[in-house]
Design a binder for this molecule. Sequence first.
Ligand SMILES: Cc1cc2nc3c(=O)[nH]c(=O)nc-3n(C[C@H](O)[C@H](O)[C@H](O)COP(=O)(O)OP(=O)(O)OC[C@H]3O[C@@H](n4cnc5c(N)ncnc54)[C@H](O)[C@@H]3O)c2cc1C
Length: 416
Amino acid sequence: MRFNILEIVRQGLSGNSGWGPHWRSPDPKPEYDVVIVGGGGHGLATAFYLAKEHGITNVALLEKGYLGGGNVGRNTTIVRANYMLPGNSEFYSHSLKLWEGMEQELNYNAMMSQRGIYNLFHSDGQRDAYARRGNQMISQGDDAELLDRAAVRRRLPFLDHDNARFPVIGALYHGRGGTARHDAVAWGYARGADRRGVDLIQNCEVIGIDIEGGRVRGVQTTRGAIRAKKVALVTAGRSSQTAAMAGLRLPIESHVLQAFVSEGLKPLIDCVVTFGMGHFYISQSDKGGLVFGGDLDFYASYAARGNLPMAEHVMEAGMALMPMIGQARVLRSWGGIMDMTPDGSPIIDKTDIRGLYLDCGWCYGGFKAVPGSGFSLAHLVATDRHHAPAARFRLDRFARGAVIDEEATGSQHNLH
Ligand SMILES: Cc1cc2nc3c(=O)[nH]c(=O)nc-3n(C[C@H](O)[C@H](O)[C@H](O)COP(=O)(O)OP(=O)(O)OC[C@H]3O[C@@H](n4cnc5c(N)ncnc54)[C@H](O)[C@@H]3O)c2cc1C
């Protein structure tokens, strides 16, 4: 099923009754060249790029629930390339370029909206740090603009600029950043992979990994055993559990991140804003809801729901930044399980078990990484060589001390 103007008109005139499913629902075959475990954004993008870039189509993607039911459908949809450290900087720069061509590549409206991101700063020290970050972004080839107090006041009049504790003194503006419709990204990659022959198998949980003589041989699932020459674990918040099936202990803790959406309001915020003195970020969805989030729940957990103290913490930060938000009603909140590494940066690597690959540790920033991660993991699985922009995301960097600690908070998972 492809979209084009003629088809949309034809369907519109016939009551939209002729749209078919976007992907097949095949039964698993006994054997594949590659099995991808996890049907989130990263797994789906990997399947797509394996087929498109490398011609590898004898691939099964196994998802224990439904496609897009994990974090890819739970995030606050912010896409950006404003990282500073080598490793992250080139990777997210590459990923943003893929975002910019994604809708054409997939022929799918992912509602990619480069509406711009403002990272507010509230002190001289913070301004210096953002100036440095902006320079790094520009030298990587991305865009950044340092705005003074007057410019931010003009562009974002709804903020409390003169808050006694946290006055807004400027912002780092990243115009190519923005938001995208998260489910549509998953659906677009799913359809693209399916059309190229990948089997997308839902309600199929991987419960064991078969290893013989130091090499992966396949997986055990709730729908039977499946043999495979290569297996990629792309299970986000569940990564420690799936890796444990292969006897691996990952340097990952799983924590809940919550998000919130208000009732639909008239257009108010046409960009993304992040508060520099509290973990609070906000945008407005195309339906009108204010979409906002904050910090991690501080304890490790596999519950995909949050708690009230963190809800209160996020609301307080929102009230400090833009007090009129107090008049909006919160419609709903939800949580997702974040795969937190000790340095806050991800892992895309081979393991010591031949044919077994890892893609995890995306912390709370993996939505923007979806195309880049899929592209780089597909490259690694297909060629057994690291894709240059992701070459520093090695598992052994924690043993070597070559960490990529973007937030400079030290090795405490929940602080990144
Ligand atoms: C509230 C919230 C806000 C966020 N905001 C942003 C943001 O603004 N910008 C940003 O860049 N990132 C954001 N993120 C992070 C981002 O959503 C994640 O880092 C990213 O989605 C993780 O990759 P994924 O899409 O592949 O994960 P998922 O969608 O979670 O995919 C993993 C899949 O693996 C499946 N799975 C697990 N175990 C098994 C098994 N044994 N067998 C088969 N399948 C299995 C799961 O069911 C799941 O579908 C946010 C996350 C949350 C929760």
